[in-house]
Design a protein around this ligand. Structure first.
Ligand code: 5GP
Length: 183
């Protein structure tokens, strides 16, 4: 049996990664989503073990020490990382796994797994991105400002990815991603 593919998806906060990925998962039922660990607080409606494993800074640092993270990064003062065991287990069973991670972690994975597919999701424009980030209403002004700054610097990393997909239309972008995965 062939080992499952590893698919890295990045894109600035507000590019609509979540919506596009939800559409991809709806259409590709055998695709697996790697649930990351984070030290940030859950947003309203987020469930531990579903969107993230919400853990403390101490727990996260213990996992790093034990070598349990495939990659990790600090993003806006919080740790985010991919537990290795789930990814390995799924891939060994021939299942493709999606990592939805920021560029710093993505580079670590590209370095470790040379055969990983990497896709950067772009917003239709920078203006649209800022409008989406301001309109989310779940974060303070300072957090929104930090995320806009972060989004700008993340956009500069797009050329390091194998593919870029513009999220001008959710369905179209999802179909483009599926084509890349199935190629
Ligand atoms: P959010 O707080 O909006 O859920 O995520 C913030 C950023 O962290 C997003 O760009 C998201 O892709 C990234 N992220 C989520 N999980 C991981 C992870 O496991 N590793 C890394 N490096 N980034 C992650």
């Amino acid at each position: 049996m062939n080992k499952g593919k590893l698919i890295i998806i990045s894109g600035p906060s507000g590019a609509g990664k979540g919506t596009v990925l939800a559409e991809v998962f709806k259409r590709k039922k055998d695709l697996k989503y790697s649930v990351s660990a984070t030290t940030r607080l859950p947003r309203p409606g987020e469930v531990d073990g579903l969107q993230y494993f919400f853990i403390t800074k101490e727990q996260f640092e213990e996992k790093i020490r034990r070598g349990e993270m495939l990659e990790y990064a600090v993003y806006c003062d919080n740790y985010y990382g991919t537990p290795s065991d789930f990814v390995e287990l799924q891939r060994m069973q021939g299942l493709d796994v999606v990592l939805e991670i920021e560029p710093c972690g993505a580079m670590q994975v590209m370095e470790k797994c040379k055969d990983a597919l990497s896709i950067f999701i772009l917003p239709p424009s920078m203006e649209e991105l800022e409008r989406r980030l301001c309109g989310r209403g779940t974060e303070s002004e300072a957090v929104v400002a930090a995320r806009i700054g972060k989004a700008r610097s993340e956009m500069e990393q797009k050329d390091r990815y194998g593919y870029t997909v513009v999220n001008d239309d959710v369905i179209r972008a999802a179909e483009e991603i599926i084509k890349i995965i199935d190629k």
